[in-house]
Design a protein around this ligand. Structure first.
Ligand SMILES: *Cc1c(COP(=O)(O)O)cnc(C)c1O
Length: 378
């Protein structure tokens, strides 16, 4: 069976874990946590970075930080993972779902302004497949209406947005806050893991307190206060040093990982371009302002039936190809709270998008076989 995903180990993970174990400091915010955080701040010019136990946690921290209250509204794409939504629902927010772009599952920036009301507090763009949303348009709308922007950059490590000013910015550096994931299905992994990026400095101090269970423990360890105590709400958001040690080994090898993934991604694109044109299947399109971090390779079929046939055919050939999100506005949990607006593109991606196996160690002959299955599908 060719799996859909296979976590890649660089070989250094166990070595750093051994080192972390040997130093005897196993809880969070130790040497490896700080090494990782510094790596992100220096490599991408992010504001303050805090490792978390997941991207889900980082999004929950973001919702606390922008002080979401009962009845506040947040605008997010319907075509996303449940965590993008749950973080805000947990604090009483009402979700206002936006549609996806025609050429890409990312949020349709042109539809956002019409969804803003006096209760809107934030916009949550999701960089689907690591491909940037139109951050110029989104930041401009947010600034004009005084809204916060929280980037769900779970899939977007080492990917970029080039603005109208020609400046190329890493995803996760643009919104007031951003959340990354190191879940084993992402490009850079630690099993479970995530990170909150705080680009708007007004949130930096409070973020650290929320991160440390509502205490000013971080200030205490820096010698800024002589005892620490309970000063705000918070939770247990820190990963252990064992997780951070694992993550650091991955970060050291990011270039190798990214180059290999891009090679695989481009081979799919080259191998399938003619076939896609003839069969009216959409291959991933990268908007001019976005880069490709090769997080995912997907095809968008003509309809639900065609996708079903392809999944069947893959299965018969021992290949695991999988669909992705079901529109959240159609979900069992939220459909009766959504106000009936039709989100055509989101539903189309729910019905028609199919993801192909994509991982560092995908053997070339296996990839040839995957491509051949599609070429045989008329
Ligand atoms: C993976 C993912 C998440 C959740 O990440 P975890 O680290 O598993 O919590 C959130 N949003 C998007 C878009 C994702 O792809």
């Amino acid at each position: 069976m060719i799996p859909f995903n296979k976590p890649y180990l660089t070989g250094k993970e166990v070595h750093y874990i051994y080192d972390a174990v040997h130093t005897g400091k196993l809880s969070g915010n130790g040497i490896y946590t700080q090494k990782c955080q510094k790596w992100f701040e220096q490599t991408y010019g992010f504001g303050k970075c805090l490792l978390t136990t997941s991207c889900t946690d980082a999004l929950e921290m973001a919702a606390i930080l922008i002080d979401i209250q009962q009845g506040d509204e947040v605008i997010l794409p319907s075509y996303t993972f449940v965590s993008t939504a749950n973080a805000f629902v947990l604090r009483g927010a009402k979700l206002v779902f936006a549609d996806s772009r025609k050429d890409h599952p990312g949020i349709d920036e042109a539809s956002i302004e019409g969804l803003i009301t006096s209760k809107t507090k934030a916009i949550i763009p999701v960089h689907y497949a690591g491909v940037a949303c139109d951050m110029d348009a989104i930041m401009e709308i947010a600034n004009r209406h005084k809204l916060f922007v929280i980037e769900d950059a779970a899939q977007a490590i080492d990917s970029y947005f080039t603005g109208k000013d020609g400046i190329r910015k890493p995803l996760g550096s643009i919104g007031h806050l951003a959340a990354f994931s190191f879940h084993e299905t992402k490009n850079i992994i630690s099993g479970e893991g995530g990170m909150l990026v705080i680009n708007d400095n007004q949130f930096a101090k409070r973020a650290e307190i929320i991160w440390e269970k509502g205490t000013n423990r971080s200030s205490f360890f820096r010698g800024e206060v002589d005892k620490y105590g309970w000063v705000d709400v918070g939770s247990s958001f820190l990963p252990s040093e064992i997780i951070s040690a694992f993550l650091y080994a991955q970060l050291e090898n990011i270039e190798i990982i990214q180059n290999k993934r891009k090679e695989i991604w481009n081979k799919y694109l080259d191998g399938l371009a003619d076939w896609a044109r003839k069969n009216d299947v959409m291959l991933p399109s990268i908007p001019v302002f976005a880069s490709n971090n090769a997080h995912m390779f997907y095809v968008t079929c003509q309809n639900f039936e065609q996708r079903g046939r392809m999944i069947e055919k893959f299965r018969a050939n021992g290949i695991s190809a999988v669909f992705h999100y079901l529109s959240l506005h159609q979900s069992a949990y939220y459909c009766d709270k959504h106000e009936g607006r039709i989100l055509r593109e989101s539903d189309r991606y729910s019905d028609c998008l199919l993801r192909l196996p994509m991982y560092f160690e995908l053997p070339s002959q296996d990839q040839n076989k995957i491509i051949q299955v599609l070429l045989n599908e008329k």
